[in-house]
Ligand binder design. Structure first.
Ligand code: UN1
Length: 486
């Protein structure tokens, strides 16, 4: 464990061995201070991709034959290791990715909870028995693992997302080749260390650190039997196409442009707080973050005044400082891209209503609130349709529930939605009418519990949902057995 803040040595994990990458040097930097190297090493090359797959393939049969209870023990031990090191790893997360320390520690805890949840799988229902129309017969539906699966994860939840992909993959008997985002390799290393400390058999989990293009080499491996991906819609779609061309299942969790809808009857104080958290925690870098705010005009001014008042006390700065509410974006390149998006939005008619202060340093930006004038301008504005992945919230005023729901639906994405109302009928109507994967009534748009399905509609998701029982649908295929005595 690195306590001195010396750069951590990055290594690949192949067939149960920690080895240096064969390709170019690769380093990660502190999000809040790009001069500081957090972890350094070298990227994996194509041969190492092959090595990872051949190790995962050799390990798969015996791993799948092990009783699920035995596999669960490894998950429990890995979770215990994460809990033991939660403070140190949470701090590393905060330093490398830029979210605040409580969020970093919270995410490592969440990763442990996810492993513990899947370690409980042997105690849950294993399959289904159906009636047969024929006497003396039962019809059983049981699950088998896919085989070797690839897990490709984004920078923004560098340990929780890999945990929620790897844990179900392993518990159902798959072996894994894991390729994390190259911006945040350290947390991936820590997760794999947790499994190594749990003495996971060699080859069951392999780590490849390297640039995004390693994904192409991964997709080309003959042993590959399934891919779970979280990231941008652009990358996700080409990955889905490549997987379909190979005839293998793919699960892609992609972009969002999630709305908070605040109706005239809402509890405004509650709504303001939840919108604040949904839009600006983790610097808005969540696929579930609130990035559109649809306000009934009756309460719009009051709501915005309350929100600006809260934002005046929202501190952007060093994520390790306990006073700070919001760290930097993951890097300066992201900030420049977001600023460009804001300028385009303004050129297309958006008005900048609020911009919070932030340190004058690479990667930092304060919270931004844009407003769109009503007259149909939203339809063409990038701040309404494009995912900025940043602390930018775009407001639209509407009149009444129908207009609010129509505005909410005006998106190619359909991940999460937060509805603020005290009317049960309106909440039920939203559940029926709004095409989103996750609906929050009177809570923020972000967040995901380990035991329930997670994923979106429309352009936000492809393939079976993640987490909870939904994960089994992706990581296994079924065998239907017609069973008769003889
Ligand atoms: C959350 O809202 O806590 O990439 C999780 C993302 C999502 C995870 C969100 N896959 O932001």
């Amino acid at each position: 464990m690195n306590l001195q803040h010396q750069p951590v040595a990055l290594r690949q994990y192949l067939a149960g061995q920690w080895v240096p990458g064969n390709a170019n040097p690769l380093s990660s930097h502190a999000a809040a201070d790009p001069q500081t190297v957090v972890a350094t090493g070298s990227a994996a090359d194509k041969d190492q991709v092959q090595e990872a797959f051949s190790a995962a393939s050799s390990a798969q049969t015996s791993w799948a034959q092990m009783p699920m209870t035995a596999r669960a023990e490894y998950l429990k031990r890995a979770a215990a290791w994460l809990r033991e090191h939660v403070r140190t790893i949470g701090e590393e997360l905060s330093r490398e990715e830029g979210k605040t320390l409580p969020e970093g520690i919270g995410e490592v805890t969440r990763a442990a909870q996810i492993l513990e949840y899947y370690a409980g799988e042997p105690e849950r229902v294993a399959g289904t028995v159906f009636h047969s129309p024929r006497a003396g017969e039962q019809i059983l539906v049981t699950q088998k693992p896919l085989g070797v699966v690839a897990v490709i994860s984004p920078f923004n939840f560098p340990i929780a997302i890999p945990a929620w992909k790897i844990a179900p993959a392993l518990i159902y008997g798959n072996t894994v080749v894991f390729k994390p985002a190259s911006l945040v390799p350290l947390l991936a290393l820590r997760l794999v260390e947790a499994f190594a400390a749990a003495q996971l058999p060699a080859g069951v989990l392999n780590l490849l650190i390297g640039p995004g293009r390693l994904g192409d080499d991964i997709l080309a491996q003959p042993e590959l039997a399934g891919v779970s991906f979280t990231g941008s819609t652009g990358v996700g779609r080409s990955l889905c196409a490549a997987a379909a061309a190979r005839g293998i299942p793919v699960q892609a969790e992609m972009g969002g442009k999630n709305a908070a809808v605040v109706l005239a009857d809402a509890n405004l104080e509650l709504a303001v707080e939840q919108v604040l958290f949904g839009a600006f925690r983790s610097t808005g870098q969540k696929c579930t973050a609130t990035s559109r705010l649809i306000l009934d005009e009756q309460i719009a001014d009051e709501f915005l005044d309350l929100l600006y008042a809260r934002l005046d006390h929202w501190i952007t700065g060093d994520p390790l400082d306990p006073q700070v509410h919001m760290g930097p974006l993951v890097d300066e390149k992201s900030r420049v891209g977001v600023q460009h998006g804001i300028e385009q939005a303004i050129a297309a008619g958006a008005i900048e209503r609020y911009r919070g202060s932030a340190p004058d340093a690479p990667g930092f930006m304060g919270p931004v609130i844009l407003e769109l004038p009503q007259a149909g301008v939203a339809a063409a504005n990038p701040a309404w349709h494009e995912e900025f992945f940043a602390p930018v919230l775009t407001v639209l005023r509407v009149s009444g529930i129908d207009a609010a729901f129509a505005a909410a639906e005006d998106s190619q994405y359909g991940l999460a939605l937060a509805l603020f109302t005290r009317d049960l009928s309106t909440a039920l109507r939203a559940q029926e009418q709004l095409d989103v994967g996750i609906l929050h009534v009177n809570s923020e748009s972000a967040g995901a519990d380990p035991h329930v399905p997670f994923g979106g509609a429309k352009f936000s998701g492809y393939g079976p949902k993640e987490q909870g029982g939904a994960a089994r649908e992706f990581y296994t295929h079924t065998t239907t057995t017609y069973l008769r005595g003889a």
